[in-house]
Design a protein around this ligand. Structure first.
Ligand SMILES: *[C@@H]1O[C@H](CO)[C@@H](O)[C@H](O)[C@H]1NC(C)=O
Length: 378
């Protein structure tokens, strides 16, 4: 703050003052970012799983996301539902009992959230302010170290531009709050699409990289079709199985469009896609199916049970980095230990910031989480 005063009192600089001030503010922002994390080994805890927070082995994580807070479409404020209030307000103290240095972020939105409410909120200065101020208040009053926005997804260029404006204003507000409270600035992250180019809609990469500590890249939920027929395929392929869509293609697009690799966190799923094979004898990738079994999503723990109960055949495909298993006409594409460790080594090799999993309750006795942590190393 001394430097600001010096510049301010020197009349000779008066013409340059705005330039100096703005570059100094940028420097300040930068310095505040230098509370930067070395690595993000993380997962989301999803309240809908009903998994007890006290059972989370937080020693395996550097960061945990508490999901989800909601956007109230009436007043544009971030709120926690009454069913979640007790668990959210004690989340940080609970997970810090086993690991006092674990950091927590309150995640807002999610795949089932009202997209239109996010789009509206981001479109006007007054509603953005309601969102921003209420989110910061909520994080501080509940003891979180940061906030995570999970708007899936801004769906046109106007919404993407507003998303960028929202993030810039969020960062400014977080910096201001940090200076006035004397606390470390809240961490800011966003869960984003697998690629900076979301099926033709381009993310505001500059605003994202200037405003957020990192992005959580959701490199999963890839589906395959031929005409109207759903095909088997690697749901979270790291490398292209012959389509343009893969985790690696998406992350390369983020980097090429200007996102620093050390602000990218790669995501992998702790669940698989289960499909009904049209022909039990045609069980490789791109085999025709009759659609999903029981809604399609199956947690890793359930997949392991399915494999042992049905003596299902397991296949790891190292070309695309994906696992699948099948028994009879049931086919499940998912990530097992080799896929997870290969992705973590990929992230480390590309100098990414780390990894996250959605969502931790689906792990089986921390098998995947331990594998991920070990693959990254200390
Ligand atoms: C892995 O998947 C790719 C893409 O479908 C395929 O070309 C390749 O043959 C598979 N590898 C093995 C060992 O099955």
């Amino acid at each position: 703050m001394k430097v600001v005063k010096l510049i301010y009192t020197s009349m000779a600089f008066s013409k340059l003052l705005p330039v100096f001030l703005s570059s100094f503010l940028l420097l300040l922002l930068h310095l505040q970012f230098s509370t930067a994390q070395n690595v993000v080994k993380s997962a989301y805890w999803f309240s809908g799983s009903e998994y007890p927070v006290a059972d989370i082995d937080s020693t395996l994580f550097t960061h945990l996301f508490c999901a989800f807070a909601d956007l109230n479409s009436q007043n544009n404020q971030v709120t926690v539902s009454s069913a979640n209030q007790a668990r959210f307000s004690t989340f940080t103290t609970t997970v810090q009992q086993k690991n006092p240095s674990v950091k927590t972020l309150l995640s807002i939105g999610g795949g089932n959230a009202n997209k239109a409410a996010f789009a509206f909120m981001a479109s006007q200065a007054s509603s953005r302010k309601s969102f921003i101020d209420s989110s910061i208040r909520l994080a501080r009053t509940n003891g979180f170290h940061g906030l995570d926005i999970d708007w899936e997804y801004p769906e046109n260029s106007a919404q993407m531009a507003n998303f960028g404006v929202l993030l810039k204003e969020w960062r400014t507000a977080v910096s201001t709050e940090s200076r006035s409270s004397g606390k470390l600035p809240l961490l800011l992250s966003a869960a984003v699409s697998y690629s900076s180019n979301y099926f033709g809609v381009i993310n505001p990469v500059q605003a994202i990289s200037n405003s957020l500590d990192w992005i959580n890249v959701m490199a999963y939920d890839f589906t395959y079709r031929a005409d109207s027929v759903r095909l088997t395929g690697p749901p979270a392929a790291l490398y292209s199985p012959g389509t343009q869509i893969s985790g690696d293609a998406g992350i390369r697009a983020w980097i090429q469009s200007g996102m620093p690799s050390n602000k990218i966190v790669i995501g992998f799923p702790y669940y698989g896609h289960s499909l009904r094979l049209a022909d039990a004898n045609n069980h490789g990738f791109f085999a025709p199916t009759n659609g999903e079994v029981n809604g399609g999503a199956m947690g890793y723990k359930q997949i392991r049970q399915f494999i042992s109960q049905n003596r299902a055949t397991q296949v790891y495909n190292s070309t695309v980095v994906s696992d699948y298993c099948y028994s009879g006409t049931t086919w499940i594409g998912y990530d097992d230990t080799q896929s997870v460790s290969t992705k973590v080594r990929y992230a480390k090799g590309k100098s990414l910031l780390g990894y996250f999993a959605w969502h931790l309750a689906n792990d089986d006795n921390w098998i995947l989480t331990r594998e991920a942590s070990r693959a990254w190393g200390a």
